[in-house]
Every structure is written in C-alpha cells, then in structure tokens.
Design a protein around this ligand. Sequence first.
Ligand SMILES: Cc1ncc(COP(=O)(O)O)c(C=O)c1O
Length: 362
Amino acid sequence: MPVTPRPGLDRIHPYIPGQSPTGGGGPGVKLSANESALGPSPKALEAYQGAADVIERYPDSNAVAVRTAIAGRYGLKAEQILMGIGSDELLGVLVRAYAGAGDEVLYPSATFSMYRIYAHSCGADIVQAPDINYTADVDALLGAMTDRTKVVIVANPNNPTGTYLSISEIERLRAGLREDILMIIDAAYAEYVTKPDYDPGVALVEATDNTAMTRTFSKVHGLASIRLGWCYTHPDIVSVIGKIRSPFNVSSTGQAAGVAAIEDTDHVDKVVAHTAKWQGIATQRLAGMGLDATGTEGNFVCVGFPDEDGKRAKDCDAFLRERNIMTRYMAMFGLPNHLRITIGLDDEMEICFDRVEAFMKK
Ligand SMILES: Cc1ncc(COP(=O)(O)O)c(C=O)c1O
C-alpha cells in the first residue's frame, strides 16, 4: 500500500509566488511580490557579510541579539518575542499549535492566501467572513465564529487590498471572540501605515493571553531573501511555540542583518517616504485612467478593472506580461478582477503605469 498524506492535505493548492520577468518584450520589471524597491539598509548588508565568516557554527538558537534589538526599538519585552523563518513560519506554527482536525480557522475574505494552506496543513477547516468595501468586517467575523473556531487571523493592514482596521476595531474583535480563540494580527506591512487610528497591537498583546502579532523583515527592511520574521505574544504561547519550532530556524547571517536593519531607522524612513510618494502618484494616475485602488496602506496598490471583455484584470495581466512587466493577478487572493502592483523604483513605476494606461486606451 502506498504512503498516504494526512487527511486534509489534498485540499491544498500550492502557493504560487509572484513571478519574475522572463526576458523579452521590454526591460524586465518585477512588481509582483511586495518586495522593497530600495533594498536593505547598507548597514544590514555589511552585517550580513560580516557574519558569513562563521557559517560553520550553528546560529544562536534563541536569537538573543536580534530579539533584544527589536525589543529596544519598539519598547517590547524581549522574552515575549519569537523569531521565525519569515513571518510565514510563525503564522504556520501558531496555527499548527492551536488548531487541528475538526477545528476552524477564521479570517476575512480577500486576504493573504497562505492562511488557507496553514489551516489545511494541520487538518483544520477554513471559514472566511465577507469583507465590506475590501475591508475586514469585525461584525461578520464575530458572526462567523462557531464552537469549532480556534484561531482568527487578520492581516492588518491587509494584503492584497491595502485596507486596515483601526486599533479600536481590532480591540472590539478581540473582546468579542471567545477567550479560548487565538487571535493573530499579521502586521507584515505595519511600518508603512500613517493613519493615526492604526496601531499594530502591542498593547493588546500585552493586555491579553490569547493574542499574537507577527511582523517581518521582508518588506520595509528589504530582507525578503534572508527569511526573518518575528512574533510578539504572551509568554505561555512563546513556551508552546518554543517546543515545536526548529531549534536553529534563523541563520546567524540573518540575525546579524536583522539587528543592523532594525537599528537603521533612517533607511526605514527613506523607504516609507518613497512608498508614500508613490501611493499618492498611483492614486492620481489610476483616477486619470478611470481606475481605483482598494486601499493605500502597504507597499502596493490593488487595482480594480472594468468587468468588460478585453478590459478585465486578467487581460491587463497578459498585456503587461507580454511587455515583461510582472504584477500579481489576484484571483488566488479572492479578487478575480484585480491586479496588485508593488511599489517599485521610480522608473519601474513610470513604465508600469504608462503600460497600464496604454492598456486602458487600447
Ligand atoms: C500579509 C502577509 N503576511 C505574511 C507574509 C509573509 O512574509 P514573510 O514570510 O516574508 O515574513 C506576507 C508576504 O507577502 C504577507 O503579505
């Protein structure tokens, strides 16, 4: 008899990453994976290269230096920080620790497609609550809670819509959920948000024993390839995750780069300013083409297209691909008539918007 995977795994369709330009059709432009146009801090790069001298040694399993640096930067308790292979690993391990076969993982409708994979990979079912105006709806999430709900995940701000929930809405969600439900705030894009009523949720994590906030070095810090993320949560949850995570999950080069990146606030400010500039230009240019972005709180814009033959998002995706410009078609994220365009360098953005305009005029 052949080996058979655990029930539930047959429900998983593998994650499809944002694609790279393939050559031909024009200069390659990759705006498909929400990477940082400006790359990492030069100091992070230097620290990474310096740490490469000792790669024959296992890294610090407790990642003390980078946890201390994060704690210092944000005024957190270092013992409540967990490091992971990107925030991806932490999201997956949190779901695996608190949900299993027969349980439900609840999250909004148009959101990060990995949540589905994490839930199914531990045998849990998924429940998605409908959004309102491309924004997570706290009442719908609370209404969708059942006896089987074990984990609720909200990306705040949300990928791919760029919308967000105010901290009072996040608190209302937490207050309305049963105490035995783990609430995960996935704040991968927190650094880009400028709205005064936004907060990634540190105080909520500290005030509760059932909330986790995840963050990443892949976006504003421009370190997607080193795979470094972190989570802030209650000490009891830290202990549980500590039992099941891989002991040397975060490399020494990654830890060194992380320390330097978190300390280089000037670089972060530069990235945030570049992103805000292009959010403004994007809104204007899209409006000029009769198109709308769903939200602006991230390093990307998610653009809705007309529901007309030849003018749909998938047509624009094909048009751009022919010209070697890769954006992300959003069907897999629950938005079959949207494209998500990552904010790239100035010339990449000019090229991309010029081509979208040409597509709309054709
Ligand atoms: C909402 C959200 N969460 C988590 C991640 C995972 O990021 P990483 O594993 O690189 O930290 C991403 C990546 O695109 C994301 O958009």
